[in-house]
Design a protein around this ligand. Sequence first.
Ligand code: NIG
Ligand code: FE
Length: 398
Amino acid sequence: MPSLLVDNIGELVTNEAGRGEGGPLGIRRRVAVLVEDGEVVWIGPTADAPAADHRIDAVGSAVLPGFVDSHAHLVFAGDRAAEFAARMAGEPYTGGGIRTTVGATRAASDGELRATVRRLRAEALRQGTTTIEIKSGYGLTVVDEARSLRIAAEVSAETTFLGAHVVPAEYATRPDDYVSLVCGPMLAAAAPHARWIDVFCERGAFDADHTRAILTCGQAVGLGVRVHANQLGPGPGVQLGVELGAASVDHCTHLTDADVDALASTRVGEEDGGTTTVATLLPGAEFSTRSPYPDARRLLDAGVTVALATDCNPGSSYTSSMPFCIALAVREMGMTPAEALWAATAGGARALRRDDIGVLRPGARADLIILDAPSHLHLAYRPGVPLVRQVLHNGVPR
Ligand code: NIG
Ligand code: FE
């Protein structure tokens, strides 16, 4: 593969703590990045840049690691725009609309689902997302969950089995039977296409016993654990996730001090990717459900590792935009622009237990964003403005 030099970078965010300015962001100035075979192979002063087959002049641009969106639900059919409008007129969000999307998804062809996944994947990439986790969870039959994950796996290695999204209507009176189905034939059909297992642990979805049973079954077949926890009210999800060694507990909108302490206790070091349970915050959901935002400041001050993700789905958060989530996190959740950018890149990588993404150093994947702005600060400072000039994904300009 021909080599590529991204040259004349005024501000390079590396996320290599201590290797530049800006603390965890590791900002370097007046540098160039050499890319070969999909990897970063060299970073150094512009004046020392080696020759390359191709060159991109990034003068005037900040360059960042590609966004890592560690929580998205892209496999679905239809939309719920009317439900959104009703919420903006005062209706609460309960998660009840998930069953509407389940009906539409079951009725859709493979081709329709594939087209939606690819459209949203492309939309996210244009906005700088180079890694995206994709969940099933709108099929809720053995066949529909397996095909959802098969289609998701065509566009991402980070796939998550969410058969326990809600109890589908046909099992409403016998939820224990549904849990048996999820742990038995559904897991067996889903696992070959999934890296992770997730449960919506919430009143009205799955309780602590069901959540524990399902996550443990997933672990037994080699899947990593993530949990939808404490979104609509306080509950057992966060502490259960910590107990089971989850890579991430997601939403974290309603937390007790004990929940925060449990999360903080998992943080063993900045470089650790193996045992930390990340708190993944999803401000698009609070925006779209008109709910109070999670308190990122409280988590950060307690030493919890925080990630930001979109939760892209047709019900609670129909955005694929990481810059939008960064802007919300800064304006509404007490994060500094630097903390929000770190959470949307390195934080997402931690939430997926990956050390090859969310960072720019020799050996990392050449996933990077060239901004139409001189500083990463502009991501929150200029909300709603398409600031992504160019994306490199696996070293390939998009
Ligand atoms: O993460 N909370 C559960 N699942 C999704 C919402 C799904 C939907 O409303 O369709 C979420 O917000
Ligand atoms: Fe979600």
